[in-house]
Design a protein around this ligand. Sequence first.
Ligand code: ADP
Ligand code: XUL
Length: 536
Amino acid sequence: MNSGQRAKEHLFLGLDSSTQSLKACVIDARLNVVHEAAVNFDADLPEFGTEGGVHRHPDGLTVTSPPLMWVAALDLLLERLRQAGCPAGRIAAVSGSGQQHGSVWLKAEARAALRGLDPARPLRAQLEGVFSVPESPVWMDSSTGPQCAERERALGGAQALAELTGSRAYERFTGNQIAKIYQTAPERYAATDRIALVSSFMASLWVGDYAPIDAADGSGMNLMNLRAKDWAPAALECTAPELRRRLGPIMPSHAVVGKVHRYYVERWGFAGHGLVIAFSGDNPCSLAGLRLLRPGETAISLGTSDTIFASLAEPRPSATEGHVFANPVDPEGYMALLCHKNGSLTREHVRNECAGGSWDTFNALLARTPPGNEGRIGFYLREPEITPPILRTGTFRFDGQDRPVERFPPEADVRAVVEGQFLSMRLHSGRIGLRPARILATGGASTNRAIVKVMADVFGAPVDAGEQPNSAAVGAAYRALHGWRCAEQGAFVRFEKALTAPARVARAAEPDRAAHWLYSAMLERYAALEKTVSGG
Ligand code: ADP
Ligand code: XUL
């Protein structure tokens, strides 16, 4: 067999460690998805007691997840992949996607435990004692307001911090979380040898050692110099002592970070030469999965969070909203992103209240109301919001004359939650210059055509969707293939050259001109009402 034929035999594994689940997507070199598996944290690992994959604390602001749950999920996922008939021995490279910003805190013992992973015992039993902070802060956390204010002050203000790192201080960003843990639990900080992101932690499990943070996910920390793609000394200094040592290096997202540890070879049948490519954040991986390569190409992800992101040539970070991250497939490029915390879980809440827990009923109710909801506007804040920043929770409803009202009929609530989410996204993404001519939709809720139709009408743009709603896992698999090709060539290969098969997307919704006109007219009212709700 020549090397071209051998390459055809190769498979590539992408993992997606998201808020609610751990998923696997295996592709062949022609980019066909050949195997998939998933573990749902709440349903499959109930002993960790999570709801939507997280623990919400009584203060209403702190949100954490047990990192041991992610460890336990990996063995379970590999068992399911095996049951699905996946030939692990053909997997040439593994990469992964992780929910962004969350941190995993490891004691010095962790390194020896990772290096010495014993194929005869499950991961969970071997890694139980390695966490210096047993509950990892995750992206849904909004408890670090004081640290955000302090660090912005120390670094010359919001605009200066945005220029340096790509974002002003955000509560969920890892640097602010680290400052909080250092201040409130100094003994835990002192006992920490390595602080990993969710992505680099999951990569550590694969290489059996500390794995570096990649530049794209590193951009979500308020600690990295966005242009230099290295730690910003001033940002480290105002956070906690001896932080650089605890964070380790930053690597390009296509870098090989090691070989698959013998744990996976002997226990799960992987090939000993299998490469591990740096893991990255879920939104950067989705950008790769959707192949948003040309500047301006835009996607909307409706996962646990709702995000809108686009490929970007030049960073122009804002002191008010939005983030600029390093691009995960182009070391010279960037991406813009905006994140809304009230995404799928908030839609699910309205579905449960108004539609008896059924998406079909939800869609039927949506169909009973006209675009524009007869002037009604609602704000559904199940969680403190990120974009725009609103710490209070609750539902705020307004009639067509902007008067607050207690209730809407169920069908009006259903329409108001969906319209409100997209109006907010259009308003805020427009402020950072995103005006998509076409949108790629992804994430769990992107399979819902009724929701995607409202997206098309609000933005006045056609919406396409890929074959797989899970672009983060697909993107991780593409990045595994990309990193593997770069390693094989001994030089950087452009992403689009590494991915030879064409992208498979199909039209999911066309915008309706009259509805779009109506939404455009509503936008000003929406912005004014949002100000009153946020107290701004
Ligand atoms: P994450 O990757 O953040 O864990 P996913 O992208 O897997 O999230 O999306 C999960 C969400 O998708 C669920 O919380 C659920 O509300 C939503 N979802 C799944 N199917 C539908 C549907 N038919 N309509 C609307 N939302 C849906
Ligand atoms: C992005 C963000 C979320 C998480 C979880 O900044 O906080 O989208 O990555 O998906």
